[in-house]
Design a protein around this ligand. Structure first.
Ligand SMILES: Nc1ncnc2c1ncn2[C@@H]1O[C@H](COP(=O)(O)OP(=O)(O)O)[C@@H](O)[C@H]1O
Ligand SMILES: CC(C)(COP(=O)(O)O)[C@@H](O)C(=O)NCCC(=O)O
Ligand SMILES: [K+]
Length: 257
């Protein structure tokens, strides 16, 4: 049995083919495409794959992009299944005012993070940071309730906003420094510490609310850029969304997959 997991963000589509729709399944193949290159999938990297029996994805890039991805899946006899953020899923409950309005990538990443931390043997609060096009910072309490989260611009959007709103900020990417002494370093450090500072604040909120240190988990294409600048120990888990999709797929498709 083969299971295809897809994560469509605002910048890139990530996919992975597994040998089963269950946590811990083996990865048979995986890949990444920028959204402009979605039309290459069916005749490119997907052409070589064994036919999947089930797929489950999360998409935050809009309906047009979702349909473009589905069109690539026409090479298979495969029903498209996309996660919708709900009141409860795989051990988590959703504290959002309107649960279905929560970005599905955020919901799925939280499912992945919750089970990742559970597998370490101790149920405790979790802070989940996802560094992609945007940055999200989620708080989960020790009972698996999503308390709420932050949305910030990612590195690229921060730089674009500063470039378009000023006359003198068109410079190459710099280094992260405690005391930047040139424009490039000042911009790169400003963006990085804006994210690190917001995350620190959320960790403080969780400690105050839960009375307990959270496990801190990071994911997303630009997670590696943030890791050295965090104020607390974080674990970088590249496949958090795919792990979450495997958990949700297992409860949906069960032994059929
Ligand atoms: N090799 C890379 N290719 C593309 N983006 C990268 C790369 N390395 C880091 N990034 C950063 O990761 C972000 C995209 O991460 P990703 O998790 O794919 O975002 P999204 O899920 O929003 O599409 C980009 O905004 C960019 O800042
Ligand atoms: C916050 C996001 C833009 C993040 O997108 P990403 O950086 O993963 O491309 C996405 O999860 C989204 O569109 N969310 C819907 C609004 C919400 O979660 O409240
Ligand atoms: K994402």
């Amino acid at each position: 049995m083969h299971f295809l997991a897809i994560d469509v963000g605002n910048t890139r589509l990530k996919w992975a083919m597994y040998d089963a729709a269950q946590p811990g399944a083996a990865v048979l193949a995986h890949g990444v495409e920028f959204l402009d290159n979605i039309e290459r999938l069916a005749e490119g990297s997907w052409a070589e794959l064994p036919e999947p029996q089930h797929m489950l994805g999360c998409v935050v890039a809009g309906d047009v992009v979702r349909r473009r991805v589905q069109a690539q899946m026409d090479i298979w006899d495969l029903a498209p299944n996309w996660v919708v953020s709900s009141n409860a899923e795989a051990g988590l409950t959703n504290g959002y005012d309107h649960p279905s309005r929560l970005g599905t990538d955020r919901w799925v990443a939280m499912v992945g993070a919750w089970h990742h931390v559970l597998a370490q043997g101790r149920q405790r609060p979790v802070v989940v940071v996802m560094v992609g096009t945007a940055v999200t910072v989620e708080a989960i309490d020790a009972d698996g309730k999503f308390l709420g989260g932050l949305i910030l611009p990612g590195h690229g959007i921060m730089l674009k906003a500063l470039e378009s709103g000023t006359a003198g900020l068109h410079v190459p990417t710099g280094e992260v420094r405690p005391f930047p002494t040139n424009t490039s370093d000042a911009l790169t450090s400003g963006g990085t510490y804006a994210i690190a500072g917001a995350v620190e604040r959320m960790v403080q909120h969780v400690i105050a609310h839960c009375g307990q240190e959270p496990a801190c988990v990071m994911t997303g294409g630009a997670g590696w850029k943030m890791m050295p600048s965090m104020t607390r120990p974080f674990e970088l888990v590249e496949n958090l969304i795919f792990d979450g999709l495997l958990h949700i797929a297992h409860s949906r498709f069960g032994s059929k997959a």
